[in-house]
Design a protein around this ligand. Structure first.
Ligand code: GLU
Length: 415
C-alpha cells in the first residue's frame, strides 16, 4: 500500500527532480523541509457561551525568492503534514509562474460548516492573534484556500491591522474589493487553469469547442471552472460533483442553474434534469477534459488506469499520487500539474499585493491580460522541459521550479 501522506508525496516528487537536476546534497536537504513551522492552540468562545479549542498552523516553507505566500485552509482533516505539503507546493507554484515570492501555507483543523458566522469571525481573529508575529506584507502573506473566503480574509486583515495600529491591506490577499482586494481574484484560480487548458489543447491539436468536460469539486475553483470552461473554451460540462456526490447530463449542465441549486441546497446533488453519479464514477467518465478541483489523492494507483480524459487539469492541490502519475503518463493522458494549473490564484494574489503596495488599482482587463501572460509562459516552460527531458509534466514542472528556487538560495549564499 503506497503511503499517501501528502508531505511524503511532496518530498518524493522533489527527490525525483533533485536526482535529474543533479542538485547538491545541501540544497536538496534545504528544499526537503520547511524553514519554519508554527503550531498554535486557539480557544474559541462559541455562541452558547462554551469554549472549544482548535489547532492552527502556519508553515513557512521557503522564502529564498521572496516573502512566503499561500492560503489558509479550514478543514476537519487538516494536519500539520497536509499543511507542510501544501506549503512545499506553494514554493514550487510561485517559482513556476516566476513571481517574486516564496511558499507558505496555514490552516485550522475545524469544520467551518458547523460554525456560525460570528464563531467563524472569532476563529479568524483568534488565529491571527496566535500567528500574527510571523506574518506581514514583507514576510508571509496568507490567502483563501479550501473553506475560507474573502470575508474571513477581511476579519483577519482587520485583526492584524488593529494589532499593528494601522491598516495593513498587503498582509493578506483574496480580500473583498472594498478592502483592497484585486479585480479578478475571485475567479483567478479557475481562469489561470483555463488558460493552461487552452494552451494544452493547442499543443495537442485538440478542438475544445463542443468537447466534454467533468469537474470534481464545486468550491471556488470548481464553480468558476464550470462557468469559464463553457464561456471561454466552449466546453460542454457534462458532470460536476461535491463532497456529497455528483450529477450528470449528457447534454451538458447549465452553470447558472447548477450554481443556484448548490447555493440553495448546499450541494449539487439532486439537481433537476440530471442523473446521479459518485465522485469515483465522475473521475472515470469519457471526457476530453477532467478538472479535479477538490482535495488530495483522488487519482491513485487504483483508478488511474481507468481515467479516460485526454487532459487532466488539476485545479486542486495534490489530487494525483506519484504512482498514478506514471500510469497516466504511460496511457497518454496529458496532465497539467496542480502547481502549474492552479497557479492563477496566487498570481492574482501577487497582483493584489502589488496594487496594495502602490495603493493604486488596476482595471479587470489588465489583471486578465497579465494573468494570461504569466500562465501561458509558465505552461510553455513546463511543456518544453517535458519534451527536452522526456519526463511527465509534473516532473517537468518540478524541474523548472526547483531549479529557480535552488538558484535563488545559492545566490543568497545559503548553500
Ligand atoms: N490557496 C491558493 C493556492 O493554493 C491561493 C494562494 C494565494 O493566493 O496565496 O494556490
Amino acid at each position: 500500500m503506497p503511503d499517501n501522506n501528502p508531505f511524503k508525496i511532496a518530498q518524493q516528487q522533489l527527490d525525483e527532480a533533485a536526482a535529474i537536476l543533479g542538485l547538491d546534497p545541501a540544497t536538496h536537504a534545504l528544499l526537503r523541509e520547511p524553514m519554519r513551522e508554527l503550531t498554535v492552540t486557539i480557544p474559541l468562545r462559541m455562541d452558547d457561551g462554551s469554549v472549544r479549542v482548535y489547532r492552527g498552523y502556519r508553515i513557512q516553507y521557503n522564502d529564498a525568492r521572496g516573502p512566503c505566500k499561500g492560503g489558509l485552509r479550514w478543514h476537519p482533516d487538516e494536519t500539520i503534514d497536509t499543511v507542510k505539503a501544501l506549503a512545499a507546493w506553494m514554493t514550487w507554484k510561485t517559482a513556476v509562474v516566476d513571481i517574486p515570492l516564496g511558499g507558505g501555507k496555514g490552516g485550522v483543523t475545524c469544520n467551518p460548516k458547523e460554525l456560525s458566522p460570528s464563531e467563524q469571525e472569532r476563529l479568524a481573529r483568534g488565529y491571527i492573534r496566535a500567528v500574527w508575529k510571523i506574518l506581514g506584507e514583507h514576510t508571509d502573506v496568507p490567502a483563501p484556500d479550501v473553506y475560507t473566503n474573502p470575508q474571513i480574509m477581511a476579519w483577519m486583515m482587520d485583526e492584524y491591522s488593529t494589532i499593528r495600529g494601522h491598516m495593513v491591506p498587503g498582509m493578506i490577499t483574496g480580500k473583498p474589493l472594498e478592502l483592497g482586494g484585486s479585480e479578478g481574484r475571485n475567479d483567478a484560480t479557475a481562469r489561470g487553469g483555463i488558460y493552461t487548458v487552452r494552451e494544452a489543447a493547442k499543443v495537442l491539436g485538440i478542438e475544445l469547442k463542443g468537447a466534454r468536460a467533468a469537474i470534481q469539486g464545486y468550491g471556488n475553483a470548481g464553480q468558476f471552472a464550470h462557468k469559464l470552461a463553457a464561456e471561454m473554451l466552449g466546453l460542454k460540462v457534462v458532470a460536476v460533483s461535491d463532497s456529497r456526490g455528483g450529477v450528470y447530463n449528457d447534454d451538458g449542465l447549465d452553470f447558472e442553474v447548477t450554481l443556484q441549486h448548490k447555493l440553495e441546497t448546499g450541494s449539487v446533488i439532486e439537481l433537476p434534469d440530471s442523473s446521479p453519479l459518485t465522485n469515483a464514477e465522475l473521475l472515470e467518465l469519457e471526457v476530453d477534459v477532467l478538472f479535479p478541483s477538490a482535495l488530495e489523492n483522488v487519482i491513485t494507483a487504483e483508478n488511474a488506469g481507468n481515467i479516460r480524459a485526454k487532459i487532466v487539469a488539476e485545479l486542486a492541490n495534490g489530487p494525483t499520487t506519484p504512482e498514478a502519475d506514471v500510469i497516466l503518463h504511460d496511457n497518454g493522458v496529458y496532465v497539467i500539474p496542480d502547481f502549474l494549473c492552479n497557479a492563477g490564484g496566487v498570481t492574482v494574489s501577487y497582483f493584489e499585493q502589488v496594487q496594495n503596495a502602490y495603493n493604486f488599482y488596476w482595471p479587470l482587463a489588465e489583471v486578465h491580460e497579465r494573468l494570461d501572460y504569466k500562465m501561458t509562459a509558465a505552461f510553455h516552460a513546463v511543456h518544453r522541459m517535458a519534451k527536452a527531458k522526456e519526463v511527465h509534466n509534473r516532473l517537468a514542472a518540478y524541474l523548472v521550479a526547483v531549479e529557480r528556487v535552488a538558484e535563488a538560495a545559492k545566490l543568497r549564499g545559503w548553500v
